[in-house]
Ligand binder design. Structure first.
Ligand code: FES
Length: 163
């Protein structure tokens, strides 16, 4: 039981260390929020309140930043985030169709997470793989020249089976 408490505390302790390290940067908030999202996977209200207290910044300002940038999320994410590139090259080559196919296969909308918490569907700008357009990225893997439903299903299935 006591150990559970230590475990629960750990992410906030890590966040406190991040805040101590970054607080003297010129604009520390975005970097601290970015690292907080890495630690927690998302930015729930408790995390925003913690940062507010530690940095003496109104929580309304933190909320404003979190909701302004697409990169930040207040909802928990799935184990794998499928980042579909909506940059120009990918868009021209049919990224909208890839989004529609993924929404159909996963039965969720853009920005949502599957009920089994395995996949979150997200949009990103150019990921620097334009020659492979249209692409999506899962973790460190970039999947390009996406065309067919079966090709996308096969990729999704591969990640499902890895669990
Ligand atoms: S526009 Fe998609 S990788 Fe560049």
């Amino acid at each position: 039981m006591a150990q559970d408490k230590v475990k629960q505390k750990k992410p906030f302790e890590r966040l406190r260390t991040v805040i101590e390290e970054k607080r003297n940067l010129q604009n520390p908030l975005i970097e601290i929020l970015r690292q907080a999202q890495e630690i927690f996977g998302y930015l729930p209200v408790e995390v925003q309140e913690f940062i507010s207290r530690e940095m003496n910044i109104p929580v309304s300002k933190i909320y404003g930043v979190v909701t302004f940038y697409n990169f930040f999320t207040m909802k928990p994410r799935g184990k794998y985030t499928i980042n579909v590139c909506l940059g120009t090259a990918c868009f021209v080559k049919g990224a909208a169709r890839i989004v529609a196919l993924l929404e159909d296969i996963l039965e969720i909308k853009m920005g949502e997470t599957t009920p089994d918490k395995l996949f979150t569907l997200s949009a990103v700008r150019c990921v620097g793989a334009c020659s492979l357009a249209p692409v999506f990225v899962i973790g460190d893997d970039t999947f390009g020249r996406l065309e067919s439903r079966s090709q996308i299903m096969e990729i999704v299935q591969r990640f499902k089976e890895a669990n």
